[in-house]
Design a protein around this ligand. Structure first.
Ligand SMILES: [Cu+2]
Length: 159
């Protein structure tokens, strides 16, 4: 009896969702904000960009890739704790960053980030660097990353 009612509920949910998506077209937007990169001299081969992605579209979204003229290669990375207890970074699972419906995903220092490998120029504080983000559903979006001075608080790491 219980199982039947659950099945009915799921069916009903499907019908309701089908109706609402067919009847209205007022889906929210995918918002990318607070895009920035850390200042980095030419002597440093790599850089990183950070941002906040807000998914109000009602559908699961994925950040597939990022492209910019100032980096030879761009990868989506995450920080993780290595076997020896030190922090390392690696490409995210599957190479993409999931942004589930209704969620906000932060790319931030010590977590997810856009890895800029082999910079072709120095990143100077105050500079605006255009990034082309490619999303699974929303397609391409161009945003400007502001280069900031960010002092990494290394003393508090691992505390
Ligand atoms: Cu990285």
């Amino acid at each position: 009896m219980k199982r039947v009612s659950i099945v009915l509920f799921i069916l009903l949910l499907g019908v309701l969702m089908g109706c609402s998506s067919a009847g209205t077209d007022t889906a929210g937007t995918l918002e990318v904000k607070d895009v920035w990169g850390r200042n980095s001299p030419m002597a440093a081969p790599n850089g990183a960009f950070y941002m906040t992605i807000v998914n109000n579209t009602g559908e699961d979204e994925q950040l597939l890739s990022v492209a910019t003229d100032v980096c030879s290669t761009v990868e989506l990375h995450e920080m993780y704790t290595m076997d020896n207890g030190a922090m390392g970074m690696r490409p995210v699972d599957g190479g993409v960053i999931a942004i589930p419906a209704g969620q906000t995903v932060e790319l931030k220092v010590g977590g997810l980030h856009v890895m800029c490998i082999d910079k072709v120029q120095a990143f100077e504080t105050g500079q605006q660097i255009p990034l082309t983000l490619t999303f699974a559903n929303a397609g391409e979006m161009v945003v400007n990353a502001e280069i900031r001075e960010e002092a990494m608080d290394s003393s508090s790491m691992g505390g």
